[in-house]
Design a protein around this ligand. Structure first.
Ligand SMILES: *Cc1c(COP(=O)(O)O)cnc(C)c1O
Length: 396
């Protein structure tokens, strides 16, 4: 049914699950069943128990595998469940190399949990290939990338890291949450496992927590399937359906949000009170050309640095359109404060070392009218300036 020459945009809608084979229903049926009747003692049916396999979850799993150009997909109860279960591929005394500005929850899993099971780690600046090469040890089994990284939007060269990994018999895991397969497909550059917090752009409506993993080959598929069933942190049928529904509009949501993010990034860069804007769409961003080589666009997330915590306090008090919350990748713009939100689980010195200072804000641009958003931001920045005194004695 699927014509492989179709573009990504069309593939989101016209796939194997376009119409239910049995009824013609154009929305995937939600199979709440926990168990499946077996008609033949000698020949087990396709499904037996929903932890091991569920038709609605499987519809999502085959859809994401197809979109990521992978061999097989897996849906989990959260992005962290997908990430943590994938780390279970490692064994005691194995070592993992990780981007130093990795998502806070992933940092916590590696730094506070895996270590208790004897799995070692080194945090590196993944944009510095020499540093990566030097940090690889004889027991390194996984190189873990996030690109663009969170919240400083640093760019890692996926192909170059994969090359280093392969030369050292390591697997490459890529957290592709910020880009989604609409903009970046790491398996096509040789990565082994792609991970997603589907909570973000993929589902896109701030109404479901979900995770996805896609593997490049059958061998990894068997191992991860075994772990998914053993660990059991699967995505429910209803939540699988919500993610499938969100996916249908992924392309147009991301396209509009990215366009507005481009305008917002350029407008913010002109504001004297903003010390720095982090956005891979700037031609002077150090990772710009690498990013454009491996991704279809800069995406809809950017960060900017205000002078200090008080300026942030004023800004968040006066900005009206974005919700002020953790998370990203939704229909509504989401403003978050990494130091106190996504990276709160990281010790303060570690945060500062990584550039996540108390003045840093991250904005995930949603589907509001871009002019409205720009105006709203300019109003909030003007409010900071009104209260700003030469001694920066800001008071709320
Ligand atoms: C949110 C997020 C996660 C964790 O996903 P959950 O669905 O919240 O468990 C992992 N990586 C990145 C980049 C994220 O933004």
């Amino acid at each position: 049914m699927t014509d492989h020459s179709h573009t990504f945009q069309t593939k989101l809608l016209h796939n194997k699950h376009k119409a239910d084979e049995e009824t013609g229903a154009v929305s995937v049926p939600i199979h709440h069943a926990s168990t499946f009747h077996q008609t033949d003692f000698d020949q087990p049916g396709r499904y037996d128990y929903s932890r091991s396999g569920n038709p609605t979850r499987e519809a999502l799993e085959t859809t994401i595998a197809n979109l990521e150009s992978g061999f097989r997909g897996f849906a989990f109860a959260s992005g962290m469940a997908a990430i943590s279960t994938s780390f279970m591929l490692l064994s005691q005394r194995d070592h993992v190399l990780v981007s130093e500005d990795v998502y806070g929850g992933t940092y916590r899993m590696i730094h506070d949990v895996l270590i208790r099971f004897g799995i070692e780690h080194t945090f590196v600046d993944m944009t510095n290939l020499e540093e990566v090469a030097t940090a690889i040890q004889p027991n390194t089994k996984v190189i873990y990338i996030e690109t663009p990284s969170n919240p400083l939007l640093k760019i890692t060269d996926i192909q170059a890291v994969v090359k280093l990994a392969k030369a050292n018999e390591c697997l490459t895991f890529v957290d592709n949450t910020f880009m989604t397969p609409a903009l970046q497909r790491p398996l096509e550059f040789g990565a082994d496992i792609v991970l997603h917090s589907a909570t973000k752009f993929i589902a896109g409506h701030s109404d479901v927590v979900a995770g996805l993993a896609v593997v490049r080959n059958e061998q990894l598929a068997e191992k991860l399937s075994f772990l998914q069933n053993s660990f059991g942190s699967i995505l429910s049928p209803h939540d699988s359906w919500l993610v499938l529904r969100g996916l249908k509009t992924l392309h147009c949501r991301l396209e509009q949000s990215s366009r507005s993010a481009f305008r917002l990034a350029h407008a913010l860069a002109k504001e004297p009170i903003i010390e720095e804007v982090y956005y891979p769409g700037f031609s002077f961003h150090p990772g710009h050309s690498t990013h454009l080589y491996q991704a279809g666009g800069p995406g809809a997330v950017l960060s900017f640095r205000l002078p200090d915590e008080n300026a942030v306090r004023f800004f968040t008090k006066h900005v009206q359109l974005p919700v002020y919350a953790v998370s990203l990748g939704a229909v509504e713009s989401i403003l978050s404060y990494p130091a106190k939100m996504s990276h709160a689980s990281m010790p303060s010195e570690e945060r500062k070392k990584r550039g996540i200072t108390d003045g840093l804000l991250r904005i995930s641009v949603g589907l509001e009218n871009a002019d409205d958003l720009l105006q709203d931001f300019q109003n909030a920045l003007a409010a900071i300036k009104r209260y700003d005194t030469p001694t920066r004695g800001l008071q709320v």
